[in-house]
Design a binder for this molecule. Structure first.
Ligand SMILES: C[S@@+](CC[C@H](N)C(=O)[O-])C[C@H]1O[C@@H](n2cnc3c(N)ncnc32)[C@H](O)[C@@H]1O
Length: 218
């Protein structure tokens, strides 16, 4: 499906009717992912800008069954027709609702998501047990740091890190008002069984591009 206002079939028999996100959550101030204040979105719902997903799809093939296990309003999932989409929120407006990914054991070819940031490492570890293909996670660039993640990267080397050279505008519940982006993000891509070195590539796309497709391949 390519319209947030229509209805979506998640490929697993589920169907959800979507609402206009602009109506769904009125906001007084834009809140970016950099905020760790009282107003931080409790479920970490910071929808992925289209440019981020399109940039990944221009570089990586995801033939087969794709699962977006923390789909929020479907910002990523709607780019993968027929993909499985789920989210822990009972009142979610897209895909299967009330599904805690960390307790879900289905097998798919690929998992693509922008995980809740405080659970990002657990999401990666669990996702690698669910796929026979790729795991692509949009995480803060700082995900590269950290002792426990060092261990993860030793056991499961990342195949490619795609760094966004222009920062992505991730805002609470997708608030579209202009907002400077403080946090650098990257796609982290694993391929099941990969044991080689990690490559780093840069994507010159993002920010508030008027046409999400115009600079996908720069
Ligand atoms: C950063 S938002 C990203 C939403 C969507 N992936 C996107 O890219 O627009 C994180 C999402 O994870 C969901 N979430 C949080 N914990 C979860 C869990 N344990 N299992 C499944 N979804 C979860 C939240 O409800 C929220 O929709």
């Amino acid at each position: 499906m390519d319209d947030l206002h229509g209805s979506y079939s998640n490929g697993a028999g589920g169907n959800s009717t979507l609402v206009d996100p602009a109506v769904y959550t009125p906001l007084r101030t834009a809140q970016s992912i950099s905020g760790f204040s009282k107003t931080r979105e409790p479920m970490d719902n910071y929808p992925t800008p289209d440019i981020a997903t399109l940039s990944l799809m221009a570089r990586e093939d995801f033939a087969g069954v794709v699962w977006e296990p923390a789909c929020g309003s479907g910002a990523i999932a709607r780019h993968f027709p027929g993909c499985i989409a789920s989210d822990i929120r009972e009142n979610n407006i897209f895909g299967e609702v009330g599904v805690d990914f960390l307790n879900e054991t289905r097998k798919v070819n690929h998992i693509v998501t922008n995980p809740p940031y405080r659970l990002a490492q657990q999401f990666v570890e669990h996702a690698l047990n669910c796929v026979d293909g790729k795991v692509a996670m949009l995480c803060k660039l700082a995900f590269l740091e950290g002792k426990s993640r060092y261990s993860l990267f030793q056991r499961h080397p990342i195949k490619t890190v795609y760094v966004f050279s222009k920062r992505l505008p991730l805002t609470k519940e997708g608030d579209t008002r202009k907002q400077s982006s403080m946090i650098p993000f990257a796609w982290f891509v694993w391929e099941k069984g990969y044991t080689g070195k990690t490559s780093v590539e840069w994507i010159l796309a993002g920010d508030d591009s008027e046409s999400p497709c115009s600079d996908v391949c720069q």
